[in-house]
Design a binder for this molecule. Structure first.
Ligand code: DX5
Ligand code: ZN
Length: 212
């Protein structure tokens, strides 16, 4: 069986103790950290930006999985790349020319991901699959942690997988827990983002292990 990459979302972490929260998920077995960047325009919430990514980079060697929920992602790719992101995922719905954003991300030597919101059909991203490192299927409306998993959205996974090259990572984000993770894995996902399920638990290791 393929390895499942768990990417804990720090959106649900204690921001006053971010270093400790990141170290804790690493010690609990995670290799990636999911960083949700929101601009108050593409989504109705504002979270963190470039300076925080830069500070996190200084304190950890974990793989920084940056999820941009922002308009005009092309304007900010350079800043997030320089801040130390390893993977930059932007939204299909936020860009008129996704192929340009993908090559821009790659021009900085970073891995490129594209994400689709619940109402976006999977075939919209088929033209880009060969150029991408990751596809992120949202199983909640982006903007907030702690929402309920939308089963219909997960049904996009098999068709994406069918059209994908072998090494493309299919990641799912939103409402992931020990039950919904099984559904996503059985449909073909090999990376899971989890915020409230991990950071809301009192045993990060147990929570992470229950997702693998
Ligand atoms: C939502 C974010 C998610 C969020 C997931 O817009 O993209 O990464 O942190 O939170 P949970 O796992 O609580 O649904
Ligand atoms: Zn996210």
């Amino acid at each position: 069986m393929n390895k499942i990459i768990i990417s804990p979302s720090i959106l649900s972490a204690d921001f006053m103790n971010l270093e400790r929260e990141i170290t804790s998920v690493k010690e609990a077995g995670a290799e990636w950290v999911h960083i949700d960047v929101m601009d108050g325009h593409f989504v109705p919430n504002i979270t963190i930006g470039v300076p925080v990514v830069k500070s996190i980079r200084k304190k950890t060697d974990m793989f920084l999985d940056v999820h941009l929920m922002i308009e005009n992602p092309e304007k900010y790719v350079k800043a997030f790349a320089n801040a130390g992101a390893d993977l930059i995922t932007f939204h299909y719905e936020a860009s008129d020319e996704p192929e340009k954003v993908i090559s821009l991300i790659k021009s900085f030597g970073k891995k490129a991901g594209i994400s689709i919101k619940p109402n976006t059909y999977s075939d919209k991203i088929f033209p880009y699959l060969n150029d991408l490192d990751l596809v992120l299927v949202m199983t909640v409306e982006p903007g907030f942690g702690g929402q309920e998993f939308m089963h219909d959205c997960a049904m996009k996974i098999p068709s994406i997988k069918e059209h994908s090259p072998e090494n493309l990572i299919i990641q799912v984000d939103g409402g992931i827990n020990n039950i919904t993770s099984k559904i996503c894995k059985s449909l073909g996902a090999n990376s899971l983002v989890a915020g409230s399920y991990i950071y809301g638990s009192n045993d990060y290791k147990k929570a992470i292990e229950s997702l693998i």
